[in-house]
Structures are given as C-alpha cells and as structure tokens.
Unconditional design. Sequence first.
Length: 274
Amino acid sequence: MTSLAGKVAIVTGASRGIGKGIALELGAAGAMVYVTGRTIHEGDAPLPGTIGATADEVTKAGGRGIAVACDHADDAAVAAVFARVGAEEGHLDLLVNNAFAMPADLTSQRPFYERPISDWDTMIDVGTRSAYVATVFAARAMVPRARGLVVNVSSSGAVEARWHVVYGVGKAALDRITADTALELRPHGIAVVSIWPGLVLTERTERARQSLPQLDFARAESQRFTGRAVVALAGDPDALRFSGRAVTSHELAQEYRFRDVDGRLPGGPIHAPR
C-alpha cells in the first residue's frame, strides 16, 4: 500500500460523500488531512456527516485528521485555512478540490428555463470558482518547494449533457482550470489533475436511489474508490504524466491496479451529481 506518511493534504467539502471517502483513504495511507466544510454539527445539513466526524475517522484510519470549518464561497475564510496549514505544518503537498454546492432538486430534470437563475451562483461559486481560489493559495504554498499535487473532482458532465446546463458548464470550466493551471505549474514540478468519479454510493445518491431508476447502481463505486485514485496519484513520483488531463477513477484503477473496498473494479464513467 502507498505510504503518504509526512504528507499534508487539504480536502475541501469533506463532511460527507466523495470528499469524505478521499480524506479517509489519505488517512489510511498515513497522511495529515485538513478536512474543510460547512457542516459542524449533525442536523446543520439535510444529509448526515460533519467535518469533525470525518476528521476523527481519518485519525482512526491511521493518519491525522484536523477539522476546519470553512465556507468556500468566502475567499477570506479559504485564505485563513491555507494560512493555518502553513503556520502549523510549514508545507502543503496535496489539495483536493471537492467542495460543491448543489440545488436540492438538481435531478428533477426540469429544463433550465423553468429553474431559478440562482442555480448559476450556487454551482459556479462553490464548485468552479472555489476550486480556482483554493488552487491559487495552494500554488503559492507549493511553488517555492517545487512540488505538489492538485486534484479537482470533476465529472463527465464536462463533455456530455448531465442533469443541468449549469452543472455541465461548471464541470467543463473546472477541467479548463485543470488544463491551464497545469500548464503554468508544470515547470515548478506541480501536477494538476481532474478526476471523474463514476456513479458513487454517497449519502445523497443512496437517499435518491428510488428517484433515479435510470442509473445502474450495480456498477456504482464506494465513496472511497476515488480516494484510492488520489492516494495513487499522490504517491506516484511521475504524476506529472497525468497533469492537465481529466481521467476517470476507473482508468486510474486500471493504471495503478487498485480495486474498490469490496474487491471489485466498478464500471466505467456513468455519473450522478455529487
């Protein structure tokens, strides 16, 4: 198993879902993981999970989890997270941009012109813009050390119609952020990669399973599968070969020869909103 002992990571939006799974896998590999998000207490959000609970599980998994409350729509709050990591650890090895805000009825399949225009602000501000802002601060920490990895949790919605016009626009823009930041950071030894998970059994999709009959849950990934992809990239001294690209968790499993928690290799890139 890849060891990330001594590595410092920030995983945004890790109270639950894919972010939580990534944080736990980083913990299992021995990393120190700063877990950010808005949910401090159970009941603060409609879905279960808190940053503190995730951080505790990271520590139990073998790493060290530190919960940091952060609204990723607030640039000053984001800057404070990176300042704290710099002050406490002196370096940053990995940023995972997973934070994403979603309208409650995103899967309703109502056409965009019948939906509130505020959907744009919801999904672009926390998801696309927030990833750019966090990457700015991560690059400032990583460039002087000439190494590091930024992972953007994206989606095949970047290249095909999926759920909502704004959802696709946001994912396409996120992959463009990956491509262009990778170009500028490559000379500094820093890799930037977009990962496309498949259908993931998150708290959200489990709750919505009955209303999503078009999805094949038999092919779904656990929350930790993408985390294993992130761990593999973080432990690869040649991760720059993926820099600037969007790759599926399935493809990375084939490349690095890992499997899901149940030993399966989940199916290809069939996606549900996170």
